[in-house]
Design a protein around this ligand. Sequence first.
Ligand code: PLP
Length: 385
Amino acid sequence: MLKKNYLLTPGPTPIPERVLSVLGSPIPHHRTPAYQAVFAEVRKGLQRVFKTDQPVLTLATSGTGAMDASVCNLFSPGDEVLVIVAGKFGERWVEIAVAYGLTVSQITLKPGEAFDPSILKAKLSERPQIKGVLFQATETSTGYRLPVDQVCEIARPYQALTLCDAITACGVYDLPMDQLGLDVLLTGSQKAFMIPPGLAMLALSSRAWEAAKKSTLPKYYLDLNRERQAQIKNDTPFTPSISLVCALRESLKMMEEEGLEELYKRHDLLARATRSGVKALGLEIVSACSPSSSVTAVWVPESLVKQNTGKLIPKIMRDELGVAIAGGQDELEGKIFRLSHFGYCAEFDVTTALSALELTLYKLGYSRQIGAGVSAALQTFAEAK
Ligand SMILES: *Cc1c(COP(=O)(O)O)cnc(C)c1O
């Protein structure tokens, strides 16, 4: 059978044809009025998505570069931060903070465990020296959506800065930075923004910029003050990711043509359809307590875990059927798999993923019947019309 490839992973995500054609165009030089006009447009578009009056900076790094930058620009050696660790990307916050010599306390959630606001409150009152609360809006490794509004509300009276990794949340659902009182909102290009990897975007609140003035941690390439001074004049200290910025102008245009509210509704619907499909197959969702709209993590059925064939689900789907999804990472490998449904995704990406999943589960001996998952997803779409 012809193998047609579909990319349904939580980053990189599929790139729309309109964006691909921009990427295939000649590259402008960055110190020209033509490029600076593109950059100005991108900066404004990002402000509208972030819903902030602050400048949104772009960095020529992957998303992790923005996480790194926000730690080394806001804190000083020995400062204490609190990380809400709901999975692998929460662990990354810890690793970055430790690498910079910060003292780290943690609130750790097991896969599927819900965030308890009272624990955060208790930690912050016990340890008034905590200068920042670091978390993921969506923990991609477990498909968990954290209540960002609650985190901000609790942190506010303690004067702790709130640093939000929204790499699989920004552009998926509304995260109005200024209104929420977030001090750092950061994201990456290869997720909801539908362009290739290599560009990070982040904004700092005025409080965070104040903290940045006092920070004494070492920084050179990721010095945000220097970036800000240049970028507010539509310039950059170093060579920017010119092609990615041009691509981002096109993808931001697409997002605004769809309308941000419509785009958020689409993601919510795709996520609901995916969940109903998965449940109809008798499978369980990892973060059922608060599932993310970008990626759905699913427990591998017990019978397949016993046969040690859980790892084969993403492998068969990709290698034999051409549908790339994500497996579990580290200790979750073989225990979960993740279906992604954000960025350049619509109804038939969901049904494609479910179709391939059903064929794979059939092959592995889990199910004898075919079609229940796809049928449930289609039902969700039909009812939404
Ligand atoms: C993808 C992702 C990252 C890592 O971004 P890179 O671009 O790979 O550096 C960090 N946090 C979350 C929540 C992600 O989904």
